[in-house]
Design a protein around this ligand. Structure first.
Ligand SMILES: Nc1ncnc2c1ncn2[C@@H]1O[C@H](COP(=O)(O)OP(=O)(O)OP(=O)(O)O)[C@@H](O)[C@H]1O
Length: 304
């Protein structure tokens, strides 16, 4: 995805909301856009999502895009299930695949019991889950999330974190705005601020020093690889799951490695916590071959 010299104003004499904006979002990138209220974040995201055109400049966008707008219009003549199935068909799925994916996301967000309720009658939080589910339904090459976490309960927020990280780890691109500075901390590959219509790069902030906790289950026969990026500390969990603890700077590479190929690894949750791991191991990038026994003692042999 590439924006070049993008400017946007509303009306021929309206003030420029964006001017001279250049932004490249490569495959695998997870990019945060910040800025004060009214600085043009939503305008920029609408252009990236392809629902609005720039007044000047060019926007090269991947064909397969998904977008969660800041405000989801609930007054659509569908129930939640019907809406997701319909969008699945619009995005080229056959009926069976659209049904399967609709059920998957209804379940994932815990709203299968309200799947037959008209969208207009759903609570705000449930409606927001539908808004997010429609964006996750198809494997988009660009996922644009405009405050998509707002109004979600903690479990749904974690599910969306995980889905965004998964999309990037599988070679998609994620562009997001969120008021929580810790959102996707440690996973964000670049961050920008909008100021007076211009976009300037900023550090990925506290995220860079954060520790990321990833809980995984292995459905397939293969255990987790011995060597993983960032030499995560491993802790066995009940039921055979494993918690991996890694420095934020390595979390993206770790997720890629976990999800590469078809090892049957399922990422159950993903949480970023500020600061380094208590014993500092999460900041050790030697690779697992260099880890000592203490790192892995809590993990049963078959989980490794
Ligand atoms: N359709 C429109 N017509 C006219 N002005 C608009 C339109 N959409 C946005 N604007 C104006 O563009 C400016 C930027 O709005 P935008 O919603 O993109 O900012 P934002 O950074 O996302 O704000 P917030 O953080 O409050 O959501 C605001 O002054 C807004 O009033």
């Amino acid at each position: 995805m590439r924006l070049d010299g993008v400017g946007r104003r509303y009306g021929r004499r309206g003030p420029w909301i964006l001017r001279g904006v250049a932004l490249a979002v490569e495959a695998g990138a997870l990019v945060r856009i910040g800025g004060p209220n009214g600085s043009g974040k939503s305008t920029l995201l609408r252009i990236a999502a392809g629902v609005e055109r720039p007044t000047e400049g060019t926007a090269e966008l991947p064909a397969r895009r998904a977008y969660v707008p800041e405000r989801f219009p609930p007054a659509l003549p569908f129930d939640a299930r019907g809406y997701l199935r319909h969008l699945g068909r619009v995005r080229g799925m056959d009926a069976a695949e659209a049904d399967r994916r609709a059920e998957h996301w209804l379940d994932a967000f815990g709203i299968a019991d309200r799947a037959g309720t008209p969208l207009a009658e759903l609570s705000k939080g449930t409606c927001q889950k539908v808004a997010v589910a429609q964006a996750l339904l198809a494997d988009a090459d660009l996922l644009v999330l405009d405050e998509a976490w707002t109004g979600l309960d903690p479990a749904a927020r974690a599910r969306l974190d995980e889905a965004a990280a998964d999309r990037a780890a599988r070679g998609g691109r994620v562009l997001f705005v969120d008021h929580d500075p810790a959102r996707l901390a440690g996973l964000t590959t670049a961050a920008y601020e909008l100021d007076d219509g211009a976009l300037r790069p900023v550090g990925t902030g506290p995220a860079g020093g954060a520790t990321v906790l990833v809980e995984v289950e292995t459905a397939g026969p293969g255990p987790l690889p011995q060597r993983l990026p960032g030499a995560p500390r491993r802790t066995g969990l009940p039921g055979g799951a494993v918690r991996l603890e890694v420095a934020g700077a390595h979390s993206d590479a770790l997720l890629r490695a976990l999800l590469a190929g078809d090892r049957g690894v399922h990422v159950r949750s993903l949480v970023a916590v500020p600061g380094p791991a208590a014993d500092g191991h999460a900041h050790d990038a030697r690779g697992d071959a260099g880890q000592d026994a203490q790192d892995v003692q809590a993990v049963p042999e078959e989980a490794r």
